[in-house]
Design a protein around this ligand. Sequence first.
Ligand SMILES: Nc1ncnc2c1ncn2[C@@H]1O[C@H](COP(=O)(O)OP(=O)(O)OP(=O)(O)O)[C@@H](O)[C@H]1O
Length: 832
Amino acid sequence: TMDDEGKNYVSAEVSDVLESISFLNVEGKPSPLESTVLPNMEEQQVYQPLKVFLRVRPFSIAELESHESQGCVTIEDAQTVILNAPKESSAMKSSERGIGHAVHRFTFSQVFGPETTQSEFFESSMKEIVRAYVNGVNGLVFTYGVTNAGKTFTIQGTSKDLGILPRSLDVIFNHIKERHYLKMNFKPYLSNDVKKLEDAQVKQEEALKTAILASLKEETENILNTMTNICDVKSEPSSCTSNSHPSNSLEKNFVPLDIHRTNMHQRTQASVWISFCEIYNEYVYDLLNVLSTKSQRRRVLRICEDQEGNSYIKDLKWINVQSTEEACKLLKIGNKNRSFACTRMNEQSSRSHSIFSIRLLKLTDEQQPRVLGVSELSFCDLAGSERCNKTHVFGDRLKEAGNINNSLHILGKCIAALKQNQNPKMKPSYIPFRESKLTRLFQPFFCGKGKACMIVNINQHASTYDETLHVMKFSAIARQVIQTILPKSFGYFSPKLVGGDGKPIMHFDANTSVDDFPDSTETSAEEEVDITILSHEDLLKTTENLKEKLVAERQSKLLLEVKIRKEMAEAMFQQLLETEDAWSNRLEDMKDSYEEKLESKFEMYKEAIKKHAYMCAMEQIEEHYVPVEEFLAEQEKVEDRERKILQLERQLDEQSGKLLALGSLNSDVLTTENNMERDLMDRTMKRANEGLQKQCEEKDELIKSLKFKIQKLNETLLEANEGYRKMAEENSQLKHTIMLKDQEISSLQIWAKCVFELEETVSSLQKELEERKKHFFVEKPKQQKPRRGLLASLKSPVATTACTPLGKGLGKDEEASPYSRKKVLLPHKAKE
Ligand SMILES: Nc1ncnc2c1ncn2[C@@H]1O[C@H](COP(=O)(O)OP(=O)(O)OP(=O)(O)O)[C@@H](O)[C@H]1O
């Protein structure tokens, strides 16, 4: 019953898909294979961010029982998911220490929750890429995540629940339907070319395919006995037990394709080829290689590049497939080989990257087929990323080689570099595509030769939270990468057709020349060997060989180094000489330029000085400015004076000449021949002489009268002198008299004082006398006479002194009363 359920479920899904892309096949409209590319891809380059889808795996019952569910992952919306660090995670511990956060938000092109069905996932994530692919655009899908996150489940799925790979195959086959080219004579070759096989080669091809498919049959038969389902490598036991006949169930799972219903009217046809390989420890192995014995060593494949620099895996088997069923069988065989190899090496499958590729060859009609284009769709199931985290692959340098997976580290570096190079402000950095096998194969998809899409698978386990967080951080960077998709992918990868011998087929394209097909583009035919599977002796031998090679290599390198050093030294010397030359030239130039500058400066200063001088002169002129009229007038005056001087000088000369002539007149008269002139001279001389004599006489008279006047004045002066002398004498006498008079006055003053005192005494005496008289009038009236006589005797000498000749000038005062005299003398007293 489960089988039936599963069958119906898948069938319904596939038909949904077919419906959704049915527009590609609408009757009457040109087939999508006829139009080489999608319309929008035809004209221009397409820039679009790398599509990154997140798929969250549901919990299993066991996981829920072991408390893995701690709400670490919350889907916010169709694009956003939130990660909450659980208690035990180091992210939480870090955030508690203040480093980083406990909650992270991430956005994706689309987030698919645990409930998402395989069909829903395919519909939303793969439709665009598959649609582009059938129209000629290369595609790459890779899953990224920790082990057990659901990568393989997403790509391959289980027998009941097909993954994106079988679904894509189904869509492809349904798309080509009647235009399916069933012959095997056109086979993918190198990176993008097609090889036309000879009949024998076709037979070989068919035999190989049968052998490979037979290996599955053998295996299936063996496994049938142990009731193990090989339908999917990691199918759950519950699903496997119900499958009594897995191959049958698989067949039923797909929509039956009527591959014989080829429409002959359709000119274009398609041939489908698949390959399946793995990259383990940086070695590429073909997973469709059937090993005859279990001990047989797996062959390591080389990655080569064609002329255009497109990498491809040399000698990788390409198997023609005619249906999804066949392709899925081959997938199973590959898975089986992968697990077998891994078991033998005691390693887990998640340590390798597996790449399942589908090549679609677009051919013209069957009668005379021509190759129109080749497109490739690859599904890459990457190794679990957690091991890389543990070895600090991101950021830190990867030191260990050996068994550590280098590819994811390089992929991270490439994505970071791609992102950085999109920033125009940043210096473009080198993208280390060539540093790992995986990135070498991915390179075309990041360089515009196809569409890439990344599927991030996470589980919600608390125990692997830190690893999951790392995956999310990686995808956040990847999401920022802008993909450039070059136009006309078919045209861009214009395929070349070669014959069975690998030589170009001329009739294929008239424009193709033989030169376009080199015999081989491979660098070395030496086969790489996976050393991990060599025996001890083999390893020792290999080591010895390698040592020898190393020594030889070192020697040649040394020689090369010496040669390079010598060349470098020569080049350096040459450069030094050139530099010296350049510098000396520059020095000369500088010297010249400085000289020029100096000269110009000198000229400048000269000019400045001139200007200054001119300015000064102008200022002076302004100060001493004389109007022209004045100046001319002055000049005229000067000239006039000069003329007068000249005239006077001439006159003087004449006069002196005349005087001389006068002195020697008589002798001259006798000697002079010209009498007329002489007479005239005489006459003028005479006249002048007369004038002069008259003048002299007048002057003499004047002198005489002046002399007389002087004489008179002298006399008057003498008289005056005499008078003056007399006056002086008189004056001195008078002065003397005055002096005497002064002396007299002063003595008189003394006398007057005495008199005044005496008078006072007298008056007092008189008063006394009168009193006494009154008294005596009564007693002795006769005693009054003698006292009157004493006063009179005192008065008479004073009168005599006043009558002396010295007192002449004061005559008027002499007769004045003693009171009046007193008045005159008072000022003298004051002066003293
Ligand atoms: N979306 C899903 N729904 C149901 N079961 C799932 C889902 N995703 C994964 N599983 C189951 O989880 C288990 C682990 O998944 P899967 O093997 O795909 O992980 P993985 O990432 O490929 O691991 P590894 O890196 O080891 O190959 C499988 O049993 C698978 O069936």
